[in-house]
Design a protein around this ligand. Structure first.
Ligand SMILES: Nc1ncnc2c1ncn2[C@@H]1O[C@H](COP(=O)(O)OP(=O)(O)OP(=O)(O)O)[C@@H](O)[C@H]1O
Length: 203
């Protein structure tokens, strides 16, 4: 399976593009890096690839098809701020199992402790919350993971731990991953290939 963005152009305002004719292609089981200056549109491209932003020009295709707009999204986005991706009025066990019942294997792989499950989101650290966000995103129905600065908020040891867990799971499930980061060393360590996004308004 292949996720492709073809000739993607997008601007938040009329006559002011942020992305211009961007092409990106990610296959099952591949780990692709996306690097670029701050403001070059990396997060915007992530939202387009996952269907959260749909007023763009160009095509996003999963094999030859559009990403389904209803039901489970096989292209899952996890971003830098897990606290913004969860309902603050839900307990962690409900957040975790919102889309599907997350397997015990995945819960254990992410080191999610039993006593975290009854807590509210504001009772966990950013790194702990991110483990929940990733555990629920890596469902058996997920085909691609768009990882937008997912470990920027944690220390180097936790970063290495989280990525090692993610890479094991995506390998097992043959999921393709887009790794978005400012950190060239991290990208070099994780990715087989990298694409660079230029800030088209600052060249
Ligand atoms: N909702 C929005 N409305 C208007 N402009 C926006 C919106 N979101 C982002 N932008 C602008 O679009 C540009 C690209 O933002 P984006 O977050 O995609 O960049 P980025 O490459 O991910 O940046 P960073 O590395 O700093 O996170 C920036 O100039 C930003 O100010």
């Amino acid at each position: 399976m292949r996720l492709k963005g073809e000739n993607i152009s997008f601007g938040y305002k009329k006559n002011s593009l942020i992305l211009k004719d961007v092409n990106i292609s990610l296959g099952s089981g591949e780990v692709l890096g996306l690097i670029g200056d701050s403001g070059s549109g990396k997060s915007t491209l992530c939202k387009i690839l996952t269907g959260y932003e749909n007023k763009y020009q160009g095509k996003v295709r999963l094999d030859a098809k559009e990403i389904p707009s209803k039901g489970y999204n096989p292209v899952q986005l996890v971003f830098q701020h897990p606290e913004k991706a969860v309902n603050p009025k839900w307990r962690m066990k409900d957040i975790l199992n919102e889309g599907h019942l997350v397997s015990q294997d995945i819960i254990e792989a992410f080191g999610i402790k039993n006593n975290w499950l009854n807590r509210w989101p504001n009772e966990l650290s950013g790194g702990e919350l991110q483990r929940f966000a990733l555990a629920r995103a890596l469902s058996p129905k997920t085909r691609f993971l768009i990882a937008d600065e997912i470990t920027t908020m944690v220390d180097a040891i936790t970063q290495a731990q989280i990525w090692s867990i993610v890479l094991n799971i995506v390998e097992e499930l043959n999921i393709g991953v887009l790794v978005v980061s400012h950190d060239q060393n991290l990208i070099n360590m994780l990715c087989q290939d990298t694409i660079y996004l230029k800030d088209i308004n600052n060249v």
